[in-house]
Design a protein around this ligand. Structure first.
Ligand code: NAP
Length: 254
């Protein structure tokens, strides 16, 4: 039997949504470091996307492309997958990471914010799963990781809407895992805790300290902490793991 002590993703093509910053960018780097061809994605800044492509090219000897697309727009997702098909002819790894955060206590949740959250964090994941699984079936399988959140598991004050979009990802991941297991496509979710990215940088010092006080390991997580868990789930170290939720939260949940 082949040794599985090392990870080798060479020959595999990985699409990471929302990979110009934060967790997605860390995932892109670690997958490139382990040999995967990388397709980066961002929504708002062509300059940042191009500079990230340049960084991967200069550090790793893997093919890299970038797709500027808003995952909340189903037509943009279709175009993105057509481009992946025409440029790479296959897809082996999808990390559904793009997400937005809008905090609001129950009485302050507005229609527009609610729509933005669900269209990006939930519908975007479903649309991407549909297109990715079609491509993966053609090449005999693949691995999909959906980025949920600890608040999708536990809930949080001021995050009724956001946590609903992240809880939905758990149902999506388990249901898709059941539908796709026979096609050798694994689907898992990662539920990060409190991770040091732009998404949480505007929090007040008080909230930041309160959050850190709830973490057993006593420190905020890094994007790389999450990326290493994603690497495990997309690699051959987890060939029999599907439909699971992996918390990466330094002990916030226990
Ligand atoms: P971040 O630092 O705000 O980065 C978000 C990334 O997603 C950026 O590359 C952004 O691209 C992209 N993006 C946002 N909306 C998009 C859209 N509609 N279409 C395409 N790309 C889009 O966020 P992060 O903290 O790394 O979060 C990544 C994921 O982890 C999210 O799903 C988030 O909910 C989840 N998460 C984060 C934490 C945390 O504590 N940070 C905890 C639990 C879960 P642009 O730069 O172009 O906008």
């Amino acid at each position: 039997m082949k040794s599985t002590s090392s990870i080798d993703l060479s020959g595999r093509v990985a699409f990471i949504t929302g990979s110009t910053r934060g967790i997605g960018w860390a995932v892109a780097r670690i997958l490139a470091e382990n040999g995967a061809a990388i397709i980066l994605n961002g929504r708002s800044s062509p300059e940042r996307l191009h500079s990230r492509i340049g960084e991967i090219c200069s550090r790793f000897d893997v093919p890299v492309e970038g797709i500027l697309a808003d995952v909340s727009d189903p037509r943009a997702i279709s175009r993105a997958y057509r481009s992946i098909h025409s440029q790479f002819g296959r897809l082996d790894i999808l990390v559904n990471n793009a997400g937005v955060l809008e905090d609001a206590v129950l009485g302050m949740i507005g229609e527009a914010g609610l729509r933005r959250l669900f269209e990006t964090n939930t519908a975007g994941v479903i649309h991407s799963l549909q297109a990715a699984s079609r491509l993966m079936k053609r090449n005999g399988g693949g691995s999909i990781v959906n980025i949920s959140s600890i608040v999708g598991v536990e809930g949080n004050r001021g995050q009724v809407a956001y946590s609903a979009t992240k809880a939905a990802i758990l149902g999506i991941s388990k249901s898709a895992a059941k539908e796709l297991a026979g096609d050798n496509i694994r689907v898992n979710a990662v539920a990060p805790g409190f991770i040091d990215t732009d998404m949480v940088r505007n929090l007040s010092d008080t909230i930041r300290k309160e959050n850190i006080a709830r973490i057993g390991m006593g420190r905020i997580g890094s994007p790389e902490d999450v990326a290493r868990a994603v690497l495990f789930l997309v690699s051959d170290l987890s060939t029999y793991v599907t439909g699971q939720i992996l918390g990466v939260d330094g002990g916030m949940v226990i």
